[in-house]
Ligand binder design. Sequence first.
Ligand code: DX5
Ligand code: ZN
Length: 220
Amino acid sequence: MTKIIAPSLLSADFANLQKDIEMINNSEADWFHIDVMDGVFVPNISFGMPVIKAIKKHAKKPLDVHLMIVNPDRYITDFKKVGADILTVHFEACTHLHRTIQVIKSEGMKAGVSINPHTPVSVLEHVIADLDLVLIMSVNPGFGGQSFIESTYNKVEQLKKLIVDNNSNALIEVDGGVTDVNIQQLSKIGVDAFVAGNFVFSSENPTKTIAGLKSRAKNI
Ligand code: DX5
Ligand code: ZN
């Protein structure tokens, strides 16, 4: 099973985005992780459509777009237009989650659902078979550079079981506080995709850091 590294541009240098995009293009990273925050669902505002459109022009790898916004249904078509390949909404932000997932897929994107640290994986029981990806938040969403919440390991194991029991093809992605200390164990218990922001961009050599994460994730 291939292991996916998705550096989060939230920790990139916004005044030099193209440079960081080229770094990811030329690295062993697999996806661009794009965090969209609205200041309502989470206590922070990041960036929106024009920035994603600009990223898409230079990115040579899929855009993994993580929506931390209320009522994401209003913007699904717009995110497709600006280049999202994978679109992940929060369980906590969707009243009609089943419908939202179908709309994302009908737009030709992969559909993901994210759950906050306090949300049990069991809430996904009736949609798991339809999902391409489940994003487990391993920090409270809103900011980069927070510490990994240890109970995530348990949740990953529960999610893996839910996926197997329902013959789902959903990938498991973990987001928040991922480092070279926890990536191997997470990979071992079934995580397929790893978001890393601060750990990559605050390092001296981000390209090398990505390669290190990739080899640790593979080497299980
Ligand atoms: C947090 C975002 C994350 C964040 C992860 O709300 O969803 O994608 O960028 O950053 P690190 O790896 O710094 O915890
Ligand atoms: Zn994210």
